[in-house]
Design a binder for this molecule. Sequence first.
Ligand code: ATP
Ligand code: MG
Length: 114
Amino acid sequence: MYKVEAIIREEKLQEVKAALQAIEVNGITVSQVMGCGAQGGYKETVRGTEIDINLIPKIKFDIAVSSEEWKDKTIEAISRAANTGEIGDGKIFSYKLEDVMRIRTRETGVAALN
Ligand SMILES: Nc1ncnc2c1ncn2[C@@H]1O[C@H](COP(=O)(O)OP(=O)(O)OP(=O)(O)O)[C@@H](O)[C@H]1O
Ligand SMILES: [Mg+2]
């Protein structure tokens, strides 16, 4: 199992969500977060205006998937949908996920994801 964590532009929320629905991921968590990358938050444009504060509102997606194949599909879908080519497009982190439990049934591991 893998965990995919993507930080994207606020205005890409719907597009990324649609791209994930299109590949039929089994669950997503979305959060409103603040962050900055290599530019320290400076020189990023938010809704057409260049802003000069150093923490910029972003959207974070957390997705747990059952296999390496699904991890790759998920990253591909997010990276295509979130790309504008401008600085501040975001980052995708992925790592091995040790376990998950579906609370209702107490299933664990891949069975809890599918
Ligand atoms: N090393 C990091 N660790 C944790 N979060 C990060 C890191 N880099 C970027 N982020 C998060 O991703 C968001 C978007 O980052 P951003 O796209 O600006 O990265 P970047 O490395 O500066 O790339 P670019 O040059 O394309 O802007 C940040 O606002 C922050 O929330
Ligand atoms: Mg940046």
